[in-house]
Design a binder for this molecule. Structure first.
Ligand SMILES: Cc1cc2nc3c(=O)[nH]c(=O)nc-3n(C[C@H](O)[C@H](O)[C@H](O)COP(=O)(O)OP(=O)(O)OC[C@H]3O[C@@H](n4cnc5c(N)ncnc54)[C@H](O)[C@@H]3O)c2cc1C
Length: 286
């Protein structure tokens, strides 16, 4: 049953410090839930599947919207929307796989509200930006009244929809280190249709090619094929230091991922598609 919005309480802090204080105080008693674009939370409220009634509206925290560019990294504020990411000239130039993912998240209306931190904290294994962050060795910065800490994206998810984030911590920014020179990025989302669909398999690949054609810095990151987004470590090892060869990588991949049957797809289909998108990436590298 729908949760009436009139029963919800909204706290709207003007600064990050005030937001962190409010969150910290509420963690002890009546828990505040951070609210960014609301594109996941409103769906849960509408479906009556979310119990929280107190929200911390992050909308006034302009400092969390910024995208800061430096030579060695781009720092994306937690509240940057996928529209801001998709249209950012430096992200388009240096992180095209993230831009490609942003362009496939919902449609313009959703992209204009949905934030990158919301995608991360919602922690769906089908979140489209997550394999990109994994392949790019992203670092998530979180803050609480106790201070700031940096969490490697690869270590953020402890299990299904379970993040290494305390109830009084907010994600503040995501740091994307500059990939090695010559790195070739690749993004592919497979859903039931070309637009506006939830991923059956989502993939981001990244690799460089040495002079003789051997692959280096191989990153193969998948979503929707396990309980958490993951790197296909065995398939990466099968490719590292060698010329792109599909058979060994595909074989190794079958040991890396454990897709499930669900309403969107079955295990076998996901295994096949995961292998196919990996092959597409290898063809793009040749
Ligand atoms: C029609 C529709 C289509 C969609 N299509 C896609 C799609 O194609 N691909 C895809 O990946 N997703 C899709 N989504 C899901 C959603 O849009 C994304 O997950 C989005 O990035 C969530 O961001 P948000 O700002 O709206 O988060 P919110 O709904 O505001 O919050 C989501 C979660 O993140 C937490 N949170 C938000 N910000 C912070 C923060 N700074 N620190 C800590 N916790 C925080 C909230 O407490 C909540 O638990 C779709 C949703 C809809 C309604």
């Amino acid at each position: 049953m729908r949760s009436p919005l009139s029963a919800c309480e909204l706290v709207r802090p003007r600064s990050l410090d005030l937001a962190l204080e409010a969150l910290h105080e509420s963690a002890e008693g009546r828990r505040l839930t951070p609210l960014a674009g609301g594109t996941d939370l409103y769906v849960y409220l509408n479906a009556g599947t979310f119990e929280g009634r107190r929200f911390l509206d992050l909308g006034r925290l302009a400092e969390l919207r910024r995208i800061r560019v430096a030579r060695e990294a781009i720092r994306i504020g937690a509240l940057a929307t996928f529209r801001a990411i998709r249209t950012h000239p430096e992200l388009r130039r240096r992180f095209p796989a993230l831009v490609a993912a942003a362009a496939e998240i919902g449609a313009w209306q959703i992209q204009s509200r949905a934030t990158i931190a919301g995608n991360i904290a919602n922690a769906s294994p089908a979140g489209d930006s997550l394999p990109v962050l994994l392949a790019h060795d992203a670092v998530v910065h979180a803050r609480s009244v106790r201070g700031e800490r940096a969490i490697e994206f690869a270590k953020l998810y402890r299990g299904y929809r379970d993040l290494d984030l305390a109830p009084d911590e907010l994600i503040t920014e995501i740091v994307l280190p500059e990939p090695p020179k010559g790195a070739i990025p690749f993004f592919r989302k497979v859903g039931t249709r070309r637009a506006q669909s939830i991923s059956k398999v989502v993939f981001c690949g990244l690799a460089t090619k040495a002079k003789g054609g051997a692959l280096e810095h191989v990153r193969l990151a998948f979503g929707s094929v396990a309980r958490v987004p993951l790197r296909a470590a065995r398939a990466e090892r099968a490719l590292e230091g060698r010329k792109p060869g599909a058979a060994a990588a595909r074989n190794a991949l079958s040991q890396d991922i454990a897709p499930i049957d669900d309403i969107r797809s079955d295990r076998e289909y996901r295994m096949t598609v995961a292998g196919n998108v990996l092959e597409q990436f290898l063809r793009a590298l040749r």
